[in-house]
Design a protein around this ligand. Sequence first.
Ligand code: GLA
Length: 735
Amino acid sequence: MRILTFLLTVLSAWAGTKNIVAQNVHISTPHTSMVLRVPEGGKPEYIYYGDKLSDKDLKSVDYAATMHHELYPVYGLNCQEEAALAVTHADGNMTLQMAVVQVKTDSTDTGFLTTITMKDKIYPFHTNIYYKTYRDADIIETWTEISHKEKKPVMLNRFASAYLPIRRGDVWLSHLYGSWANEGRLSQERLEPGMKTIKNKDGVRNSHTAHAEVMFSLDGKPQENVGNTIGAALCYSGNYKLCIDTDDSDFHKFYAGINEDNSGYLLQADEVFTTPILALTYSGEGTGGCSRNFHKWARGHRLAHGDKVRKILLNSWEGVYFDIHEAGMKQMMKDIASMGGEMFVMDDGWFGGKYPRNNDSSSLGDWKTDVNKLPSGIGYIVEEAKKNGIGFGIWIEPEMTNTTSELYEKHPEWVIKAPQRELVLGRGGTQAVLDLANPEVQDFIVGLVDTLTGNYPGIEYIKWDANMGITNHGSNYLGKDSQSHLYIEYHRGFEKICQRIRMKHPELTIQACASGGGRANYGILPYFDEFWVSDNTDALQRIYMQWGTSYFFPAIAMASHISAAPNHQTFRTIPLKYRIDVAMSGRLGMEIQPGNMTDEEKEMCRKAIADYKKIRPIVQLGDMYRLLSPYDKEGAASLMYVSPQKEKAVFYWWKTEHFCNQHLPRVKMAGLDPSKIYKVTELNRIDNQILEYEGKTFSGTFLMANGLEIPYNHQVDYHKQNDYSSRILYLEEAK
Ligand code: GLA
């Protein structure tokens, strides 16, 4: 009987919409299976999550389940356990007892949506748990809707998006941590008994100090291309909390959702509280396999314009900072165009009326052109960009104001501020956050984008910055009973703004920046094309940051710019070749004053840009294979991208430390077609001699089993020698 209902479920999933109450539910993606037991009137359970099961194994999995855990544990009748959901009912009762009412699987445009509907056995309190799949991506998106029909509001004390039991054993966690100018550092640790919490409380920027994405390596220490691995990404732009509770059962119990700290939510009758999505993936091909799954899903479904290669741009920030003026902008645009670049982005400093924006202490909110700096206006600059054959982009920081601004003078009630308290100010000593819960503020921000793009239709790119967190708890818009909704309402407001902007301006390219890499998260990416990885553009440190970030995000979304030497953040002097070779492994751009570059340097960039155009589809749309981790401290780092048909690939190698006669490991390639023959060409060559294998051909089998020996140093004239070394090899199928 059990098998019969199970089969019904599976069949119904393929047949399209059907309402059923079933024992087992099979949620599948091209290469993975998740099996749930969903008894009518009982508690749903996880049975299995892993490699795709054959029909035969599907029938027997029940007898060899890898786990038997409640799907969405609730608080109250098993108080010792952690819970995904905890509430206080209108009558003060703090318990829940949820039972399955219905399961249904609907077909959607992209795959299937399974809904498990549950109701409390006594109270009119409901949850819907969703599982969404894609035909072409190994990701299962899950989230929860919470609602009730009680007489008075119900307080949600805890409201995770999802819970997932990670099986017992030597399980390792990979996650990202850091701080400003040091974002995306990879941390890998064995899960030990106790609670591990990864959280954010910034209110606005949520990926500086930690990230809302994790990976679990189920077979011991993480390996790149082998080992059963589960990945999870909370798709949320606000405060989050990911907890892994390794309790006395030795299971690693994973809970992920909005951070409930200071965010208790008073849910009205008939209101539906929808949690953010938790995107789950599984791969038997190690951390690399999980990354490739995330990247593919991102490009296909979760990132704005994920299937279109990005323009190569020059951003003005590190070149001129606030010193924006007409002649300078014209010079920079001419220079980037002459090097083959395709876009210029005018960063901070272009605006301000009564208070000109000459530094970071004024003018946010006063989005009108500073006519002293740009007397002929932005229209003229946009026209000049066009004359140079390049696109134009502009910087804004729409969620913020300064107390020294016309906006603040007019609308002091729009800022987030605790009543009766002095404002705690941010950047520049005067910055404050606008209250995005307030629809008037939402209109103001949407209006800003409308006005800019309406007045200057040539604007094709926006750098959207956010340089402050919420430091004051208080909304002038939310009522006194809803002050604890502040963080949640801020991000609801933010999402509404993003949705409205995208409805009106679907073609705009928008970069998410938040004091550097503060907004690398899947909550924002449906509306943004890319994010700024870090304010730190030092090529050596970028290898570590981009490596970590690549665990979860594809290269197409990672803005990576060539900047000056010495570097403005680390003061390290890195040769241009190495700076270019690192920037070319992400979404290539420049962030430098080209006016200070020599002709030789400009020529080098011109050639690199031309080559990047050739490899851009492979880097931005191909599969990534990490080969040698900088975190392993073996003296070098290496990764590669392979085109979907595997007929082209790009291999990157960077030396990360320099000692005489130190031997570096030989790097084996990965992801190639073993039977294909590839011709090797070095890009950005500076050596006096070509590599021994330049122009030679090798089979994919050979390259993956042996790799190629990379010379430790460059053979250049004596006065050009230095302590950095890097290589980019382009592989193309030899027909
Ligand atoms: C932030 C960004 C930088 C730059 C400045 C401008 O710090 O991260 O890239 O845009 O703001 O003020």
